[in-house]
Write a protein that binds this ligand. Structure first.
Ligand code: G
Ligand code: G
Ligand code: NA
Ligand code: MN
Length: 253
C-alpha cells in the first residue's frame, strides 16, 4: 500500500529512468537496436526493478501514464541518438496487456511519433503471447500499429501455450526466443533441437529472430552456427543507462 501510494507520485517526481540493453547482430557483432527497460529510483529503497512495481502499476491503472511516459522517453532517446550521429537505431519498448485496452493507445503512439519526429520504422513494440489471447480485440490494434510502420515483436517465444497460433494470425515481424531455451541450448539436446527448429522456422516464414538471455560464448557459437541473426544478453551487455551506453556505441554499424 505504501509502495502503491509512492508509485502515484513517482512520475511527477521524475523517479523513473529507462535503461537500454543492446540487441546485437550475431554475424557482425554490431549493435542494431536496444530494448528499453524501466527502473524506478526510489528515494529510500534505491533501484526498484519492474517485476516489483509493474504488477502494482497494472492493478491501479498507473501503467497507462507510466507506459505513455516510457514510449515518449524512448522516442526522445532515439531522436537524441539520431542527432548524435547514430541514425539507424531501432528502439523496442515493452507493453503491458492493460495498455492494449486503453482506447486511445494507437492515437497516443501516433502523437508521440509526430511530437518527437521519429520515423515509425525505428520503433518496435514487444508483446507476449499471453497478451494476445483476446484475438478479436488485439488483432485490429496490431494491424493499426503495423500500418503506421511500427515493428511488432513476440517476446518470450516458446514460454506460452500457443505460440504457433499467434505467429499465424498476427502481423508479427520478429520473435524473441525465450531465454529459458537459449540458456540450455548447449546443455541439453532436446533444447538444442527446439532452438534450431525455431530459427529454421523463422527463416522460412521470413521473420526476424533474436535469442534472449545469451550469457556464454558457447551459447553464442551455437546460435551463430544455427544462423540466428540477432542476440541479446549479459554476454554483450546488461541493460545500461543511456550515458553509459554511449561508450559502447562504436559497436554500431
Ligand atoms: O529489466 P528487467 O529484467 O528487470 O525486466 C523485468 C521485466 O519487466 C521484463 O519482463 C520486462 O519485459 C518488464 N519491463 C521492463 N520495462 C518495462 C516497461 O517499460 N513496461 C512494461 N510493461 N514492462 C516492462
Ligand atoms: O521479459 P523480458 O524479455 O522483457 O525481460 C527482459 C529482462 O531480461 C530484463 O530484466 C533483463 O535484465 C533480463 N536479461 C537480459 N539479458 C539477460 C541475460 O543474459 N540473462 C538473464 N538471466 N537475464 C537477462
Ligand atoms: Na521484452
Ligand atoms: Mn523476453
Amino acid at each position: 500500500v505504501e509502495l502503491e501510494k509512492q508509485l502515484k507520485t513517482a512520475l511527477q517526481e521524475n523517479e523513473f529512468k529507462l535503461f537500454y540493453q543492446p540487441k546485437v547482430d550475431l554475424g557482425t557483432g554490431k549493435i542494431k537496436g536496444v530494448e528499453a527497460l524501466i527502473r524506478w529510483f526510489h528515494k529510500e529503497k534505491g533501484i526498484i526493478h519492474p517485476i516489483d512495481f509493474i504488477p502494482i502499476a497494472e492493478e491501479t491503472d498507473l501503467i497507462l501514464p507510466i507506459g505513455e511516459w516510457v514510449i515518449r522517453t524512448a522516442c526522445e532517446q532515439i531522436k537524441a541518438w539520431q542527432e548524435a550521429g547514430i541514425p539507424s537505431m531501432i528502439m523496442a519498448v515493452n507493453l503491458s496487456a492493460r495498455q492494449l485496452y486503453q482506447p486511445n493507445l494507437v492515437e497516443n503512439i501516433r502523437k508521440i511519433l509526430m511530437d518527437t519526429q521519429i520515423d515509425p520504422k525505428h520503433l518496435e513494440i514487444e508483446l507476449t503471447e499471453s497478451m494476445m489471447m483476446d484475438v478479436d480485440h488485439v488483432l485490429p490494434i496490431l494491424q493499426q500499429l503495423k500500418q503506421i510502420g511500427i515493428k511488432i515483436s513476440l517476446d518470450d517465444f516458446g514460454k506460452g501455450y500457443s505460440s504457433l497460433y499467434f505467429l499465424k494470425e498476427f502481423p508479427i515481424d520478429k520473435i524473441k526466443i525465450d531465454r529459458s531455451f537459449v540458456q540450455k541450448c548447449t546443455k541439453d539436446a532436446k533444447n538444442a533441437t527446439i532452438v534450431k527448429t525455431i530459427i529454421a522456422m523463422t527463416h522460412q516464414l521470413n521473420i526476424e529472430v533474436i535469442a534472449e538471455g545469451i550469457e556464454t560464448k558457447e551459447q553464442l557459437i551455437f546460435l551463430q552456427q544455427n544462423l540466428c541473426n540477432r542476440g541479446q544478453g549479459f554476454l554483450f551487455s546488461k541493460p545500461l543507462p543511456p550515458e553509459e551506453l554511449v561508450e559502447i556505441f562504436h559497436e554500431i554499424e
